[in-house]
Design a protein around this ligand. Structure first.
Ligand code: ACO
Length: 337
């Protein structure tokens, strides 16, 4: 590996969503809700639901294959795989290990990261450290979720919000002089943060060691998502704005330099509030929440891949990725495409 100054580049992206579409009209038959309420409060029209035989590792592997092909490498080229998820196939082994086996990525080390909706950017930042220290060269990062497996389908406050899917990116070590000759999407700056004092406003309370699900409490649905929506909304807007501003400044840029914003796709109102506060025109945000709902760690890489493939992101553009999730966690990354 070269010892000249290097940077972390993004050499490929990919995504995968399951075939089954669950529309707002379908939800009207399950809980007391309306398409009008869901669209006006969240911007979501439909979401994808994985089949029983499609665990998170399946979604992750399909997204990874897509990214590997896009990058023009093989699975054997990977030396690290990081999967960000809160819906792992099993508590252990890590979902990343199942993905490694499914891909045949025999030269890689594999582990998971748990940072809820910020997971993909936490994975990106972790991978970047491995690359910038010269420890690893080619890294697959994936955000993948089967949230339908932990939704309470009787709770209209939450079940309308979430969907399943996966997105992936291939990061690679590149010497700076090579990037100057052949421009390649390059990570310029990243910030991340957590606030563990607010774990209770968004969580799955049961099913872990603190509160195992037992025959006695099985009816309480403790292993499903519970959320104080308004609190989450307020914290999300504040933290995502602050993280965006810090990352932009760290990259030596101003908000006006950002051509495309890829925000976590939780809710159109959160996205618009952030864009407005950054003083940017709303068209700068790439939004696909209407099609997929909130796919947690998968939402940013799915949106990133769609934005790349549809030509929304062009070579030379400064792109801001920004996330917020349970923990609380937040993160922002600036990439020069
Ligand atoms: N259909 C119809 N009515 C509903 C529904 C529904 N699906 N869900 C809630 N309501 C009702 C409530 O029961 C309440 O009725 P009440 O006044 O009779 O008690 C009323 O709508 C208002 O409820 P609020 O929770 O105050 O509605 P709000 O305007 O805050 O919107 C929402 C709720 C969409 C969840 C909003 O708070 C929000 O977007 N929060 C952010 C949370 C989020 O996006 N979380 C995702 C995970 S975290 C992340 O990814 C960042």
């Amino acid at each position: 590996m070269s010892t000249s100054p290097c940077a972390t580049t993004i050499i490929g992206t990919g995504h995968f969503v399951p075939e089954k579409v669950l529309t707002n009209a379908d939800l009207e038959k399950i809980v007391d809700t309306t398409d009008e309420w869901i669209v006006s409060r969240t911007g979501i029209s439909e979401r994808r639901i994985a089949a029983d035989d499609e665990p998170t590792s399946h979604l992750a592997t399909e997204a990874a294959k897509n990214a590997i092909e896009n990058a023009g490498i093989t699975a054997e080229d990977l030396d690290l795989i990081i999967v960000a998820t809160v819906t792992p196939d099993t508590f252990f082994p890590a979902t990343a290990c199942y993905v490694q086996a499914k891909l045949g990525a025999t030269n890689a080390v594999a582990f998971d990261i748990s940072a809820a909706c910020s997971g993909f950017l936490f994975a990106l930042q972790t991978a970047r450290h491995f690359i910038n220290t010269g420890n690893r060269k080619t890294i697959l990062i994936i955000g993948a979720e089967k949230l339908s497996s932990m939704v309470n389908w009787e709770d209209r406050n939450t079940c309308v919000l979430f969907g399943d899917g996966a997105g992936a990116a291939i990061l690679q070590h590149r010497p700076l002089n090579e990037i100057q000759k052949t421009p390649t999407p390059t990570v310029l700056a990243s910030v991340m943060g957590t606030n563990g004092a607010l774990t209770d406003i968004l969580r799955v309370k049961g099913g872990g060691s603190a509160c195992p699900v037992t025959p006695e409490n099985a009816d309480d649905k403790l292993n499903t998502i519970s959320m104080q929506g308004r609190e989450v909304y307020k914290k999300a807007v504040t933290a995502m704005c602050q993280a965006s501003e810090e990352a932009i400044e760290k990259a030596g840029l101003t908000a006006e330099d950002i051509k495309v914003v890829i925000p976590h796709q939780a809710n159109i109102r959160i996205i618009e509030a952030i864009i407005d506060r950054l003083g940017l025109p709303r068209e700068r945000a790439f939004v696909n929440v209407a099609k997929y709902g909130n796919t947690s760690a998968a939402s940013i890489p799915i949106a990133l891949d769609e934005a790349c493939r549809s030509g929304v992101i062009k070579s030379g553009d400064h792109v801001l990725l920004v996330a917020f999730g349970a923990g609380l966690t937040w993160a922002a990354t600036v990439v020069r495409w």
